[in-house]
Design a protein around this ligand. Structure first.
Ligand code: HEC
Length: 468
């Protein structure tokens, strides 16, 4: 598995990489043979932080990336995958574009430009090991099968399903189960885990190949509730990360609640599989009382989706006017196989700001949770503008057959174009207080606060200039 390039080719590549690295990052210009990028000093810490959660024995990814001997054969492939930045296939799976919009998110494991350049320089220099004494101490692992939200206070399991190795996709209701909860509790975070009997650490081109539940919706109902009181939680999707709710807006899980899985999509993956979905709830302390409600501002999708066959660069737009002053806590692009990119823009009065743009890879559904002091603060009347980009051509490996036209629908071969935004609404006084806090933060740190539309203006109340 060692590299077999001729010396000339390798020297050429190294020269190219160095000049690129020098151009982009002056610090690398000091890199000499005495101070080269090495595995033990520079690369191992990056892999520990951003890769080994999945790339370790018997985990989700096809190979372990812990020891030098494990990593060395993958050096070029690692350079290629990390260099994709925000595009389909990038490792780690995180698609936020770094040159525009808000950059501060919870649980952000993406690589900085410097780290991407260091990996490239290291691979091009022949992936040197370096001094073993530089090797960082191994981190305490959190395995992909463990909970990102920490050990849940309550875990409820769905009924077990058996999925044949070869079978058509299945949609339906997975049933309902008792939570066993004996007192009302407010939920700080929720996470889903599919537990199945498939072997781990095997080669699969997609993360979906290791699971059978493509997605599942979840609602809960208290013992006295009718269907109209049912609460809908964020949906489980394969490859999706956990939800942490806004600190002020923990939803209620009622004593004696039932969990209902009203709409589930199961798919075969080549082996007979037995699986169930675990739902983990992390609670707020018992004395906690929410002051706000979490709002699910899902918008975008329409029956008008019209994705033509064999065409790249197709675009759709959607709009939504905020009925209240809003703090966005979650940005979650939701598309299907042809989806490759989405942008969200906020328009208010004469201001238009791009809040975020992100790539999209239907293999990996990502929830991006804004840091509390970076979450967009949008006055009532703000128009949210969503732009979706679709590639329904042979260059998109996620599309099964790009010759097909596709419209709106639930199957993966149909399309969706939605952002599953989560938010809280605020009255004028609470909103003005939040904006004042951000203004104070700006006064101390300088710069701009993307998404805080009234920051730096004299507009205290949002009625002064917005368009309705
Ligand atoms: C959330 C889990 C996860 C994280 C984090 C992650 N990977 Fe991966 N990686 C996977 C899975 C699953 C695959 C195979 C499916 C795919 O390519 O999407 C994969 C594939 C790869 C491949 C291609 C392997 C092949 O067979 O060609 C490379 C290279 C890679 N990862 C490197 C990295 C590096 C480097 C990092 C950190 C900077 C990283 N990964 C972070 C799960 C992960």
């Amino acid at each position: 598995m060692t590299a077999t390039f001729s010396t000339t080719v390798r020297a050429g590549l190294t020269g190219l990489a160095l000049s690129l690295a020098v151009g982009a990052h002056p610090i690398s210009a000091q890199t000499t043979s005495h101070d080269e990028v090495t595995f033990t000093k520079d690369i191992a810490p990056i892999l520990q932080r951003s890769c080994q959660k999945c790339h370790r024995p018997n985990s989700l990814a096809p190979m372990s990336l812990i020891t030098y001997d494990e990593v060395r054969p993958w050096a070029r492939s690692i350079k290629q995958r990390t260099g994709l930045r925000n595009q389909m296939g990038v490792m780690p799976p995180w698609y936020i574009e770094k040159n525009i919009g808000i950059q501060r998110f919870k649980d952000d494991w993406s690589l900085s430009d410097d780290e991407i350049a260091a990996i490239a320089a290291w691979a091009d220099a022949g992936a040197p090991r370096g001094n073993p004494e530089d090797m960082p101490t191994p981190p305490a692992f959190i395995d992909v099968d463990e909970w990102e939200i920490g050990q849940p206070d309550l875990i409820v399991s769905s009924p077990t399903v058996e999925v044949k190795g070869q079978a058509p996709d299945w949609w339906g209701m997975l049933g309902q189960v008792d939570s066993g909860l004996t007192e009302d509790r407010y939920v700080a975070a929720i996470e889903y885990k599919e537990r199945n009997d498939l072997p781990r650490g095997v080669k699969s081109d997609t993360v979906g190949g290791l699971f059978v539940v493509h997605h599942s919706a979840l609602t809960t109902m208290g013992p006295e509730d009718g269907p109209r009181e049912a609460f809908t939680w964020p949906v489980h999707e394969v490859g999706r990360n956990a939800d942490i709710f806004d600190q002020e807006a923990g939803p209620l899980l009622k004593a004696g609640a039932k969990l209902i899985f009203p709409s589930t999509h199961l798919h075969s993956n080549g082996r007979d599989t037995s699986a169930r979905l675990e739902v983990g709830f992390k609670f707020h302390p018992k004395e906690y009382e929410p002051t706000k409600e979490v709002e699910f501002l899902f918008f975008g999708n329409g029956p008008d989706i019209d994705i033509r066959g064999m065409e790249d660069d197709q675009r759709m737009d959607a709009y939504f006017t905020l009925p209240e002053n809003t703090k966005l806590s979650v940005y979650e692009p939701h598309m299907h196989a042809p989806g490759v990119r989405m942008c969200l823009e906020a328009i208010w009065g004469t201001t238009a700001e791009t809040l975020n743009c992100s790539g999209y890879d239907h293999n990996w559904v990502r929830v991006y949770k804004y840091e509390d002091d970076a979450a967009p603060l949008l006055p009532k009347g703000t128009i949210l503008h969503l732009t979706g980009y679709f590639n329904n051509s042979l260059t998109n490996p996620n599309v099964a057959d790009p010759r097909n036209w596709s419209g709106s629908g639930h199957r993966s071969v149909d399309n969706m174009f939605i952002n599953l935004l989560q938010a809280i609404y605020m009255d004028d006084a609470a909103f003005a207080a939040e904006v004042a806090k951000r203004d104070e933060q700006l006064r101390l740190t300088g710069g701009v606060d993307i998404g805080c539309l009234l920051c730096g203006t004299d507009t205290a109340a949002p009625t002064a200039g917005g368009g309705e």
